[in-house]
Design a protein around this ligand. Structure first.
Ligand code: NAP
Ligand code: HSE
Length: 443
């Protein structure tokens, strides 16, 4: 069923009245005329679920809406057409969504953690209930990337997808690079601006970007990539020292989420199931690449597709209105009575992707090694790399730090992550490294 079948208002139960929920309440009121013109009906928020009824709010409740702390008041209310889940977290959010689906409601959510970790069961449940489960705001904030993959690029094979998917990490890295700001100060600012997750370790340890990548993989390849098997490394411990060395080589450090289909893989050819190289990691991005200039809270997604070629999307990745705009777009889609098309692929459940182990990934690498300033040390280090077939592309040595130690910074030619790790272990075992090596991929 497509097209408008009703001009009665779409009644919403809004779970969560924080950064995104508050933004949505504002947009529903401020954009009421535009909404009516686009879908021919009103969107009315009937109930708003919060934890604390007495908390001061900086957004007014829409006319007619009631605050509640009772989740069942949203999920069970027969008048409510759609549950908008913006409370975050896994357990309570999942229970609420399941209950709402079981009561015949459509669901709109921005909860990428839930959909990445427990999505398969929820998609099956929504499918069986014939209900819509939409989540545009779950990935890359204001960038309409879910819709793009689910609808606009369906005539293409996605060959690779690479993005900056966490606004908080990008904000921190940008502030450190531009203003030499301390990591913790930048994180605190990102929290105050409403960008960070309730648990900001999800942002800085790469898990939020990883959650989003899992959703994009599902949309691009029609396969589940189990979250726990994804290789994830965040920006914790990243220092201005490496940001500045990267700058000297002409690079910017970014937290990158990447997936690439290995089309020559036998499993892929035979079973039609995609064989994927995927992970989240900090990387040095060449300054001439568009991704290097994505600053602050902005996100970006670069897609290479067989028919379309290269595409690049850029926009605000977090914050109240950018995210709420994406939630509202999903609500409008529900208001138009669109048919459920939750995963973008046919069938109740999706197959598991074939996974390339991270040690087989190929890239150039950046390595900063702290060694003793003595004759022959460079030869010994180069010998360890040569023994694992790692070839040096360029190198930088800074003067003695006063403790008789020097940083040696290498850029390698293409190698595997496994060979690079092995070479670094070889150096450590030989007693050459006076501090733990720092190593990042180079794009
Ligand atoms: P937030 O500011 O912390 O707001 C959470 C809201 O949910 C608060 O109103 C809170 O109530 C309510 N809440 C939390 N747990 C609850 C529970 N167990 N029962 C009832 N109410 C509960 O969070 P947010 O930043 O808006 O994020 C919401 C969701 O959107 C998360 O899934 C997040 O990952 C996602 N998201 C956020 C952004 C962003 O830029 N912030 C962007 C994209 C996606 P009280 O107000 O009473 O405490
Ligand atoms: N904490 C997330 C970020 C919010 O910083 O990108 C947007 O999903």
């Amino acid at each position: 069923m497509t097209g408008n079948t009703s001009d009665k208002p779409l009644i919403v139960g809004l779970a969560g009245f924080g950064t995104v929920g508050g933004g949505l309440a504002r947009l529903v009121v401020e954009n009421a005329d535009m909404i009516r013109r686009r879908v021919g009906r009103e969107i009315l928020i009937k109930r708003v679920l919060v934890r604390d009824m007495d908390k001061a709010r900086n957004v007014a409740l829409p006319d007619g809406a009631q605050l509640t702390t009772d989740a069942a008041a949203l999920a069970d209310d027969p008048e409510i057409d759609v549950l908008v889940e913006l409370i975050g977290g896994i357990k309570q959010a999942r229970a609420l969504i399941e209950r709402a689906l079981d009561h015949g409601k459509h669901v709109v959510t921005a909860n990428k953690a839930l959909l990445a970790e427990e999505g398969p069961a929820l998609f099956v449940r929504a499918e069986r209930a014939g209900r819509i489960l939409r989540y545009e705001a779950g990935v890359a904030g204001a960038i309409p990337i879910v819709q793009t993959l689910k609808e606009s690029l369906t005539g293409n094979h996605v060959l690779s997808l690479m993005g900056i998917l966490n606004g908080t990490s990008n904000y921190i890295l940008s502030e450190m690079a531009a203003n030499g700001m301390d990591f913790d100060v930048a994180l605190q600012q990102a929290q105050e601006l409403g960008y960070a997750e309730a648990d900001p370790t999800l942002d800085i340890d790469g898990h939020d970007a990883a959650h989003k990548l899992i959703l994009l993989i599902r949309l691009a390849y029609g396969a589940h990539y189990p979250y726990k098997t994804l290789s994830v490394r965040g920006i914790r411990g990243l220092t201005c020292k490496d940001i500045n060395f990267a700058k000297e080589f002409g690079y910017t450090i970014k937290l990158i989420a990447q997936v690439r289909e290995i089309r020559e893989s036998a499993q892929s050819r035979e079973g039609g199931i995609p064989c994927l190289e995927a992970g989240v990691f900090p990387a040095l991005v060449r300054n001439s690449y568009l991704l290097a200039s994505v600053g602050g809270v902005f996100n970006a997604v670069r897609i290479e597709a067989d028919a379309a070629g290269l595409l690049f999307f850029h926009g605000r990745g977090a914050g109240d209105l950018p995210t709420a705009g994406a939630v509202l777009a999903d609500l409008l889609a529900v208001a138009r009575d669109e048919r459920p098309n939750n995963t973008g692929f046919q069938g109740e459940d999706l197959p598991l992707a074939v996974i390339v182990p991270p040690e087989e990934w190929r890239s150039c690498c950046y390595a900063r090694l702290t060694v003793q300033d003595r004759p022959g040390v460079l030869r010994d280090i180069a010998g360890c790399m040569a023994a694992d077939g790692v070839s040096v592309a360029s190198m930088l040595q800074k003067s003695d730090d006063g403790r008789g130690l020097v940083p040696l910074v290498f850029m390698t030619h293409q190698t595997t992550a496994g060979a690079m790790d092995h070479a670094l272990r070889r150096m450590a075992d030989a007693g050459l490294l006076k501090e733990p090596a720092v190593c990042y991929r180079v794009l």
